[in-house]
Write a new protein. Structure first.
Length: 699
């Protein structure tokens, strides 16, 4: 057994209890985990803060001074020990709530001490609870000077006595045990050219740096290595998939496609749409399963690409399906596809949770005997009873709403896997896409159909509501329609529904019948009631659609020109962008009005400012990534890829690009890693595969 696989309970000073705590709180199980448990900060212990000017934050700092007073102060339960430390500029209270007696015995009045810990501010009064306290004489003798690592920790660990000191000692012990010898995993030539330090030094310097230079060299090497191995895994997977996973070859583009293109397509495709369609056609013809992600901003025209890809399937004798995350959206897709197909022989049906049983039976039969070509639907498509005669292509709209397991289910319905096209309107920043979907092929529709006017976005306070209502009236006067959207957050569902209903009542007062008709749609309504309201709005029988975020994805009502978002500060950026994308779909000038309260956090302000500044989904996604970090972005939660120890996808974008280029070059020169210089790499990769660190997309 590899020594690194040893459980940490065997490390001197840890034992079963601490091991269990470390496992539960920090996920540290083995020597390997501990070695890769890196400090998240370093404090320069050659620096002391003056007691006269202490910063009002909660970072650990180091101070020094003379101990001038020790006192026990009774409180509700027991007492606290307070010691006052003084330097030329000021004083600070050191406070202990536990273990007072033992500490008090150690303390010596009129002695110089170094104290290390977090500050606690109470009004203008500052104290340092439970500091790490060292007599000055001892501090100097033991040359504490240097960079002092701070490891991530949790409240529980601190309470149970697993302090920074304990973790540091464990790291020391680990290096003693392992004798600090790690076999090199990166090729020599890479180390040389990328100017990396060797692996042994990197681990040593990350845990015990003597100076900033050592530390940054270690960080650089370890970040690079982390990103590089992710890219190696993703690219290897991509290569493997292309070699092994066969797919149905769609060799021809036939009459169905061509006639649609010539006679039925109501507009000409944009250059971006043409390019993407070409990429898809090429994939479909190769005999290898397509796994493609189609990114395109809201309104960029993905639906028609989906349809035309499915028609290629039909031309080759296959069925295809299009899956949407909500009933409304599935219905909408079905309506627009049916409209596109009205003068063709292509047979299409809709299947959702609310499809009637009698219809369902007919539909299942038509699917199984192949008399149905295209099926549009929701999760209902994944039920076991739904059996295709020959599913050749599955298209998944708005990918972030579907889990991995669900996608795999589609796959299982066939002998050969169907081709997969995942469409998303959530623009994923390049770096993130590279890490998340590095094994997928990516197509991007990067321009909007001609004639679209950029949506004008404004941000208004609740106090401006009357003007906003006036503006809405003018737009309705011109024949336009308006969305008003309310947030709905699960945790505060009750309050949110109340807000929605209050808003509805207020709109009804300001926009009275019969001049104005208002639709309302929210999650507590039955599907057919929702659908009924959607249809009324779509047919322009109602001018205002008030809704919770159920309309977020995909709804297409080109005559709607105003999107009012209530409590906009409560929405995430990508959600705001999605919502805004519901207007601006025709060729009239459209508007997005963000309503907010007055008290806003810094982040909310940035979000709303960003929305006002730009319509560009990719720019918005970059800001979102910076604000939230990759872990929070939609759809990335399942991703093991993003559990990075040291690299940061926002800050280390350049390094990621370099790592990817290295991985590409190495794999194209030596796909099976047979060269001598690649042996360490090969071994390391095998180890990683065993740990299954990577997210399995689809397969
Ligand atoms: P999304 O990418 O958000 O799914 P849709 O596919 O719903 O966008 O397209 C938005 C609107 O633009 C639809 O009404 C669609 O018919 C229209 N559209 C798509 N492509 C073009 C084009 N090339 N020229 C003009 N209109 C187009
Ligand atoms: Mg869409």
């Amino acid at each position: 057994m590899n020594k690194l696989d040893t459980g940490i309970e065997y490390l001197k000073g840890i034992g079963p209890n601490r091991a269990q705590l470390l496992r539960e709180e920090l996920g540290i199980r083995t020597y390997h985990d501990l070695l890769h448990f890196f400090p998240n900060r370093y404090v320069d212990r050659s620096q002391f803060h003056s007691l006269g000017q202490l910063a009002r934050n909660s970072a650990e700092i180091q101070i020094k001074g003379r101990l001038i007073q020790i006192k026990n102060i009774p409180q509700k339960r027991g007492s606290r020990l307070v010691a006052i430390l003084e330097d030329q500029q000021g004083q600070i209270e050191l406070v202990w709530f536990r273990g007072q007696q033992w500490i008090q015995d150690q303390l010596r009045l009129e002695t110089d001490y170094v104290a290390f810990g977090r500050l606690n501010w109470y009004g203008n009064k500052v104290s340092m609870p439970h500091p790490e306290l060292t007599p000055m004489s001892h501090f100097e003798k033991n040359a504490f000077l240097g960079l002092h690592p701070i490891y991530p920790s949790t409240e529980k660990l601190l309470q149970r006595g697993v302090s920074q000191k304990v973790i540091k000692q464990a790291q020391h012990q680990l290096f003693q045990t392992l004798t600090g010898k790690f076999s090199e995993s990166l090729p020599k030539i890479l180390i040389q050219k990328q100017q990396l330090i060797d692996k042994n030094s990197a681990y040593r310097y990350i845990h015990f740096p003597e100076n900033h230079q050592q530390l940054s060299a270690a960080q650089y090497r370890l970040k690079f290595e982390e990103l590089f191995f992710i890219q190696m895994q993703l690219l290897q997977k991509k290569i493997m998939r292309k070699q092994q996973i066969k797919g149905y070859p769609f060799q021809k583009v036939g009459a169905v496609f061509n006639q649609f293109y010539k006679n039925a397509l109501p507009f000409s495709l944009t250059d971006a749409q043409k390019r993407v369609l070409k990429e898809i056609r090429k994939d479909l013809g190769t005999g290898i399963q397509m796994n493609r992600l189609l990114q395109g901003d809201v309104g960029s025209g993905k639906t028609i690409i989906a349809l035309m890809s499915m028609l290629i399937g039909v031309d080759n004798g296959f069925q295809a399906c299009l899956m949407a995350p909500t009933e409304i959206l599935a219905q909408q897709h079905f309506n627009s596809l049916q409209e596109f197909l009205k003068n063709t022989t292509v047979r299409i049906a809709l299947l959702t949770g609310s499809t009637k049983k009698s219809e369902r039976i007919l539909l299942h039969e038509a699917l199984e005997n192949g008399s149905l070509d295209l099926l549009v639907g929701t999760h209902a498509l994944l039920e076991d009873k739904v059996q295709f005669a020959n599913l050749g292509l599955a298209i998944i709209d708005e990918q972030h709403r579907f889990g991995v397991a669900q996608r795999a289910k589609l796959w299982r319905k066939n002998k050969l896997p169907p081709h997969i096209l995942v469409m998303t309107a959530t623009p994923i920043p390049r770096t993130l896409a590279m890490s998340l979907y590095g094994d997928l092929d990516i197509s991007v529709i990067d321009s909007l159909p001609p004639g679209r006017k950029p949506i004008k976005t404004v941000w208004r306070r609740d106090s401006n509501r009357l003007q906003v209502f006036q503006f809405i009236k003018e737009e309705i006067q011109k024949g336009r329609q308006v969305y008003v959207v309310y947030p709905l957050i699960e945790e505060s569902e009750k309050m949110d529904y109340k807000d929605l209903m209050d808003g509805y009542a207020s709109l009804q007062r300001s926009f009275p019948r019969p001049n104005y008709q208002i639709s309302i749609v929210h999650g507590r309504m039955k599907p057919d009631a929702k659908e009924y309201e959607m249809q009324r709005f779509l047919k322009n029988q109602t001018q205002i659609m008030i809704a919770t975020t159920v309309i977020e994805v995909g709804v297409n009502v080109p005559n709607a020109s105003v999107m009012v978002i209530e409590s906009a500060e409560r929405f995430g950026l990508s959600q705001l962008h999605q919502l805004r994308g519901r207007v601006g779909r025709g060729n009239t000038q459209s508007y997005c009005i963000l309503m907010s309260g007055d008290k806003l956090s810094e982040d909310s302000r940035t979000r709303l400012d960003t929305m006002v500044r730009t319509n560009d989904g990719f720019e918005i996604a970059e800001v979102d990534l910076k604000l939230r970090g990759p872990g929070d972005l939609m759809g990335t939660q399942q991703s093991g890829v993003l559990q990075l120890h040291i690299a940061n996808l926002v800050k280390d974008q350049d390094l990621l690009q370099q790592a990817r280029t290295w991985a590409q070059n190495i794999l194209s020169a030596d796909p099976n890693l047979q060269q001598n210089d690649h042996q360490g790499l090969k071994t390391a990769l095998q180890g990683l595969t065993q740990n299954k660190a990577i997210w399995n997309f689809i397969s």
